[in-house]
Design a protein around this ligand. Structure first.
Ligand SMILES: [Zn+2]
Length: 312
């Protein structure tokens, strides 16, 4: 067999293959059928490629995916000008999820004309929101990770939802307040300056607002309560009644105030503490801090089952 292969100038394995056929295999003209072959897998390949699983196969056929009509959602953990150019050819792209620590600052997604949701997750090195500036259809923006962030680009958008899980200090937030259609706002660890709290009144369509409920002092949440309309849903409660009882007064539940450095306390053991909170609340909101009598009130259970809601 080695001799035959050597004589014909073919590999031994090929010789075995030929011999296994009942007839000598005629030369098959090779036709490149790639586009039809990958057609059913386009969506899958594209998503895999965008999810960062860019093996040579996916990368090789990247161009074949340009302009794919059915793709609505793309996830990527790698973003460069070439990728953006491909994304711009997807006519129905609505959602874009990017997890990328070093997005080049020159990139801009304004060419993604149908894109309504952008999620910038774990974008630790992002310094500016210029990447989303002037996106024509952008309604919802989620950002998590940056340590400082230039927000100027927010003034070029008209968002319905904005969530920023970042822990940089509140500085210039004018661009945020130009988004007057905001319905949902989450500012994670960012605390507005006291003099800016009143500006949240400008967000007339606001339905829900969230801050990290243990990051800021009690008076901040009280101040925000005084500014926000009653119908705005918020993720903090100024005071909740815990399921946990006082060890000195059995049957008497502990109270927990919103805010940093607030520990659960017993109303009977620490009456002064409750008084201090009440004074603070009243001075900021102009209304007394309601402290219902425990026995006579009906409370709703919180979602995690640990807290009874004091206020609704
Ligand atoms: Zn007690």
């Amino acid at each position: 067999m080695t001799d035959i292969a050597h004589h014909l100038g073919i590999a031994k394995r090929t010789a075995y293959q030929y011999l296994s056929h009942p007839f000598f295999p005629e030369h098959q003209p090779y036709t490149r059928k790639v586009p039809t072959v990958i057609e059913p897998y386009k969506d899958y390949l594209y998503q895999e490629w965008m999810a960062g699983r860019q093996n040579s196969y996916c990368t090789k056929y990247r161009d074949a995916l340009i302009g794919h009509k059915s793709i609505k959602c793309v996830k990527t953990n790698d973003l460069d000008a070439e990728t953006v150019a491909v994304l711009e050819t997807l006519p129905r792209l609505e959602q874009l999820q990017i997890s990328h620590r070093r997005i080049p600052s020159s990139l801009n997604l304004a060419g993604l004309s149908s894109c309504r949701y952008v999620m910038l997750n774990d974008v630790r090195q992002l310094e500016s929101l210029d990447i989303v500036a002037n996106m024509p259809s952008l309604e919802c923006l989620f950002v998590r990770g940056p340590k400082t962030l230039d927000l100027e680009a927010l003034s070029t958008l008209n968002l319905r939802e904005l969530a920023m899980w970042c822990f940089f200090p509140w500085t210039e937030m004018d661009p945020l307040f130009s988004n007057t259609k905001l319905e949902y706002l989450c500012l994670g660890g960012i605390k507005p300056a006291p003099e800016d709290c009143g500006r949240f009144r400008d967000l007339k369509h606001l339905e829900q607002i969230e801050f990290n409920s243990s990051s800021h002092p009690f008076d901040f949440y009280a101040r925000m309560d005084s500014v926000l309309s009653q119908r705005v849903d918020r993720n903090w409660r100024l005071l909740v009644r815990l399921a946990e009882e006082c060890s000195v007064h059995p049957g008497h539940p502990l109270l927990q105030a919103s805010g940093s450095r607030q520990r659960p306390f017993c109303e009977l053991c620490s009456p002064k503490r409750l008084e201090k909170l009440a004074v603070c609340y009243a001075s900021l909101t102009g209304v007394p801090l309601p402290v219902p009598k425990v026995e006579s009130e009906q409370f709703g259970m919180s979602k995690d089952g640990k807290h009874y809601r004091f206020f609704t």
